[in-house]
Design a protein around this ligand. Structure first.
Ligand code: COI
Length: 362
């Protein structure tokens, strides 16, 4: 059982007028709230020193293991303000369980689910005035993370680890994302292989995606789409920060199966909601050849990306080395738009929460 994360309130919070200006146009990941949660782990004491205190820099020895061997994991979830002013988290237990799986893969100590939930809730409560309202899709993006802080250059699991949670008011992840994004299908880079860290949410996966992201931008695309590592005409995996979903003319909602991809919370939410929209959820491998043929003959009618930050973002086209194509008419699809609205309506308390996904914090 968690011993709680007691609050030590900052004596120098951001002034109300400045906070209001930030909440008016937060962007994504640029501004941070007044507090942070922290806890420390050592083999002798387990998890200890749990607290929510003022947001402040970490002081780290230059040999801290994370700086050399990237022993680090993170999560992303959001707090939503409902019209009556209350604040809710969306499926935080699913993030807590994935955080534990990521920890196992990166040989980090598992944080009990109870500690994950308490730390997130206490931080959101302390910084509740930072939760934007639903106008312009505002939310408080919450970022739990864990890293190896031991002062040691040997390569082995660290014996001192820090867990922390910070929070950042957020608007839409993609400026103009509602009109749809175009993805670059990289034939140069892959993101994971069998037995690798593809299913873990670790910083290294995202570091490795950046060169591909540059490649995508150079080709005028918003994000990269990774294929698996089988070479040649591989199967679709996931985008730099989002899972991929396709809608077919046969009424299926198809998404790549788990294994080497991130088990996205929004991905799972979409699979669960699909039947409400007359769509049969299917998790299977989709080859690039199938995507290109389906886009050409109209059997793939819509594509979208799913993620906590990106919510449901329509994908209107793909480009790769020597080819490019649109999905449907090159505009966001009807089912995509409807699914997106449903997810947001549940998150903002405008639709019935039939699955019990919301957890009230304030
Ligand atoms: C999220 O949607 O929470 C993500 O992990 C994307 C993030 C890397 C910006």
């Amino acid at each position: 059982m968690s011993r709680g994360f007691p609050l030590f309130r900052t004596t120098s919070p951001v002034a109300e007028a400045e906070r209001a200006a930030i909440l008016g146009a937060p962007g994504f990941g640029r501004f941070f709230t007044d507090h942070m949660a922290t806890a420390t782990w050592t083999p002798a004491d387990g998890w200890h020193d749990r607290k929510v205190g003022p947001l402040e820099p970490f002081s780290m020895h230059p040999s801290a293991a994370v700086l050399h061997y990237a022993q680090e994991i993170f999560e992303g979830l959001k707090a939503y303000r409902h019209a009556d002013g209350t604040v809710w988290l969306f499926r935080p237990e699913v993030n807590a369980r994935r955080f534990a799986r990521s920890a196992r893969r990166l040989a980090l100590p598992e944080l009990p689910e109870e500690d994950f939930l308490t730390s997130v809730e206490e931080l959101v409560r302390a910084d509740a005035p930072w939760v934007p309202d639903s106008a312009n899709e505002g939310s408080l993006y919450v970022r739990p993370f864990m890293f190896a802080s031991e002062v040691f250059l040997g390569v082995r699991p660290a014996e001192r680890v820090v867990y922390s949670v910070i929070a950042s008011p957020a608007g839409p992840y993609f400026a103009g994302g509602l009109s749809g994004v175009t993805l670059w299908i990289s034939s140069e880079y892959t993101r994971s292989g069998r037995g690798g860290t593809g299913a873990a949410k670790c910083g290294g996966n995202y570091a490795a995606s950046l060169a591909a992201q540059i490649e995508a931008k150079q080709h005028g695309c918003d994000q990269v789409m990774f294929l698996d590592d089988t070479g040649g005409d591989g199967s679709l995996e996931e985008s730099g920060t989002m899972n991929l979903c396709l809608v077919t003319s046969a009424g299926e909602l198809v998404t790549p199966q788990l294994g080497t991809i991130l088990e996205g919370v929004t991905r799972d939410t979409i699979l669960t909601l699909a039947t409400d929209f007359g769509l049969t959820p299917v998790e299977r491998s989709i080859t690039l050849a199938e995507l290109r043929a389906g886009a050409a003959d109209g059997t793939i009618t819509e594509a979208f990306a799913a993620g906590t930050a990106a919510v449901v973002t329509p994908i209107v086209g793909f480009k790769g080395e020597g080819y490019e194509f649109t999905i449907g008419s090159g505009a966001p699809g009807e089912q995509t738009t409807a699914l997106r609205e449903r997810v947001l309506d549940i998150q903002y308390g405008r639709a019935q929460d039939k699955h019990g996904w919301l957890r009230q914090v304030v």
